[in-house]
Design a binder for this molecule. Structure first.
Ligand code: SF4
Length: 747
């Protein structure tokens, strides 16, 4: 176990005037977040429970993104680690109980947005609504679990599925949930990691033998070049901006590959650093504008240049990799004019990138949803891995691959086996592995992969699911095509929604019955809990006494109790009495997580895999080599006058929208981001009202002119989901495609 010590990385004292944005203190008057005002607002929102809020901040591991911090300090930098995402989430952890009478009339709650529903307060009691009832009524825990258990028994294992959010849940909850689902004979367990980084996990595992970020954050700061692909870290993982600032001060270059020139990646005011807060920091040196989904074509163009100019590290490639010749042959076949058309970038851009990349002794490649949430998400990730391998940028100091996680549960959820395609430890689901696990657990373990999140909803729509159990999350907001999702939910005879607050999916009419189960937050979880950060650090968050809401219970305890209600005679096989027992078992079943059993207090952490994965170019693949995989560029045919639309995030935490206007771009929630060239061609001006149409639906929006690659437009997620057809996804990973072709017409 590693007790937390303050991070070692300090900001160099020397000022870097060349990085300053200007002389307006804290960017006064600029379109940008005001972190200080947010702190004041947080104090106000949590005024009824300030002492508890303070204890969460001081003692807890942040339940926001997966960057990871315990209290106010992380394991990387010497200063304070805090951001507005964490502050915005604080209220759901400190609010009191919702009045159960408010749920007695569902009709009165329809039409409220997620924020208004959250403001009702915490779910405090088990509740039931039967078909035909106006709303929910309170029941006891035993009544609720008996009802659920009876239906699970009747349904049989294949008609029962469980999905968990990636927000705020602990490794203990994921581990117990998947064990109980498998104990009940079902393989249908999945979590929100499926809809974000499944392509990253799959591809990294097959290419380099590990399905995780290979570096520590210190590498990000100590590298020579950071490249951000399809990732708005200023929004989703704000403290990464502080790491980038430190990297810039140490001389690193930063490049961005994206359809939109994100203002937050161009310049940023790091509030906790005097120099940056006063003068701002220019964050990116280079920007490469590509089409939505044009990344493979762009990267193949870059690789073509690298090969032609001798920029490939042949020594590394020959000694430590396989598949380069196939990649080179694929690149040979591809013509620059085709790559330009498919990528939206010019050959000059590819050459400029290749020069910059070849000149950097080390590089860290970072990517996020702009890469993964595509029909070809896995191939997009492969193209990035190919780029890294071409210069040995993995497994050494300052060099590596970083699929940056936006939710605290994304890394641990899959590693705990709460995943349709993996057993605990990320182990592939097959009869040998299921058999070995059965020996350990003492009951049969399904040896077939289960339904993924999107497949569960498709099964529900066909009438093939009798029980759908969701812990957190909101299918209505997360998945494409909300109307179809609503219809699918209405077909499920029994839905169970276990959560800390009310969400709109709970209000969807029951097939037969809907059960609500009140969950404790991670800070209320008995015996504390752990999360796994993007840099693979398993960090302990203790139980923080002083706040208990109604009858809410720790989620792992609910799953243990569910097993007891379904099968009391065998339930001891899936029983845990304490959180410590869960951690002890995780350490035995998932050797990677060895050390988790010793974590006891705030700041206790253990990093699986050590500082760097594949260190010294030792790749845990069957042949000990890293694998290039040739990928062909993808291109969507655009009809005349149509646009390629992608979804983006604003001031929000996944589907939880925190503000009607995004402080980083100044755009309202109904904005349609459009290039000035396209607006000019279509005689549209800033603020003009338009209707956006896809082959599925339409969305009313207002034009927001932005520095975007012409031919592409963007709208906010989840509002844009009404335009996205369900069923289109990356077949290799199951991640839905959050992009589509649209037309835009003035209203
Ligand atoms: S950057 Fe992420 S981990 Fe850090 S405080 Fe913000 S939300 Fe929490």
């Amino acid at each position: 176990m590693a007790r937390r010590k303050r991070g070692a990385v300090r900001s160099p004292r020397r000022m870097r005037r060349d990085l300053w944005v200007g002389f307006k203190p804290y960017g006064a008057g600029e379109t940008k977040p005001n972190h200080y005002a947010e702190i004041v607002r947080t104090v106000w929102e949590n005024r009824r429970n300030l002492r508890y809020a303070w204890r969460i901040l001081r003692k807890g591991v942040c339940d926001g993104c997966a960057l990871g911090v315990a209290g106010f300090h992380d394991w990387t930098i010497s200063g304070v680690h805090l951001c507005t995402t964490r502050l915005n989430l604080l209220q759901v952890n400190t609010m009191g109980a919702a009045d159960p009478a408010r749920l007695a009339d569902v009709e009165s709650l329809r039409g409220r947005d997620g924020r208004a529903l959250r403001d009702l307060g915490r779910l405090a009691h088990p509740m039931v609504r039967r078909r035909g009832d106006a709303g929910f009524r309170r029941v006891t825990w035993d009544e609720a679990l008996d009802l659920v258990a009876g239906r699970i028994r009747d349904a049989g294992p294949d008609r029962f599925g469980l999905y968990l959010t990636a927000r705020g849940l602990t490794n203990e909850t994921y581990y117990v949930a998947q064990k109980v689902v498998r104990f009940l004979g079902s393989p249908n367990i999945d979590n929100a990691a499926r809809v974000c980084h499944a392509p990253s996990t799959n591809t990294l595992k097959s290419a380099i033998g590990v399905g995780a970020t290979t570096i520590s954050y210190t590498d990000l700061i100590d590298t020579d070049l950071v490249v951000l692909f399809g990732s708005t870290v200023a929004n989703a993982q704000p403290v990464v901006m502080k790491y980038l600032y430190l990297a810039r001060k140490r001389g690193a270059r930063v490049a961005v590959v994206n359809p939109l020139r994100e203002p937050g990646l161009e310049r940023y005011w790091v509030p906790s650093n005097v120099e940056s807060a006063l003068f701002g920091t220019r964050m990116a040196d280079e920007f490469f504008s590509v089409h939505t989904g044009g990344d493979i074509a762009f990267l193949n163009g870059v690789l073509k240049v690298l090969v032609a100019d001798g920029g490939v590290d042949r020594e590394f490639v020959d000694a430590h990799t396989a598949g380069f010749d196939e990649l080179a042959a694929e690149l040979e076949r591809e013509r620059f004019e085709d790559l330009e058309r498919a990528s939206g970038a010019f050959r000059d851009d590819m050459e400029r990138f290749a020069r910059m990349y070849a000149a950097a002794p080390t590089a860290v490649l970072v990517w996020s949803m702009g890469i993964t949430q595509h029909e070809h998400g896995s191939d997009n990730v492969r193209a990035i891995v190919n780029l890294a391998l071409a210069r040995g940028n993995v497994g050494r100091e300052g060099a590596g691959l970083m699929p940056v996680r936006g939710h605290s549960g994304v890394q641990g959820g899959a590693e705990m086996g709460a995943y349709a395609t993996a057993l605990p430890g990320g182990v592939v689901v097959d009869s040998a592995n299921a058999g070995a696990l059965a020996q350990t657990w003492g009951f049969d373990v399904p040896s077939r992969p289960g339904l993924t999140a999107a497949e569960m909803m498709e099964a529900a729509g066909r009438g093939d699911l009798d029980v759908l159990y969701s812990s957190g999350g909101n299918f209505l907001d997360v998945l494409p095509d909300p109307d179809r999702t609503r219809a699918a939910l209405e077909r499920v005879p029994l839905r169970v929604h276990q959560d800390i607050v009310v969400s709109s999916q709970m209000l969807v009419d029951p097939g037969e019955t809907v059960v609500l189960l009140p969950a404790a937050t991670r800070y209320e979880q008995r015996d504390g809990g752990t999360e796994t950060t993007t840099e693979r650090r398993i960090a302990f968050s203790p139980e923080i006494a002083g706040h208990h809401v109604g009858e809410a219970r720790s989620e792992w305890e609910i799953f243990v109790d569910l097993a007891r209600h379904v099968d009391p005679e065998r339930a001891h096989l899936a029983a845990f009495a304490t959180g410590q027992e869960v951690r002890d078992e995780i350490a035995r079943v998932v050797p990677l997580y060895s050390g988790i059993e010793n974590l006891r207090d705030t700041g206790d952490a253990v990093q699986w895999g050590g500082t760097r994965l594949c260190d010294g170019w030792k790749f845990p693949t069957a042949d000990g080599k890293a694998h290039f995989i040739a990928v062909a560029p993808t291109e969507r045919e655009l009809p005349e006058g149509a646009f390629l639309l992608s979804t983006r995030r604003g001031k929000q935490f996944n589907t939880m929208v925190h503000a009607e206007r995004d402080p980083l771009t100044g755009a309202a929630r109904d904005a349609l981001f459009m290039a000035p060239e396209d607006a000019g061609t279509n005689n549209l001006l800033e603020g003009d009202r338009v209707v956006v149409r896809s082959d599925l639906g339409e969305l009313h929006a207002q034009i927001h002119i932005s520095d975007l690659r012409p031919g592409n437009v963007q709208v906010f997620f989840p509002e844009g989901n009404v335009l996205l057809r369900t069923g289109r996804r990356d077949e290799q990973s199951g991640v839905p495609d959050y992009n589509t072709i649209v037309t835009v017409e003035r209203v």
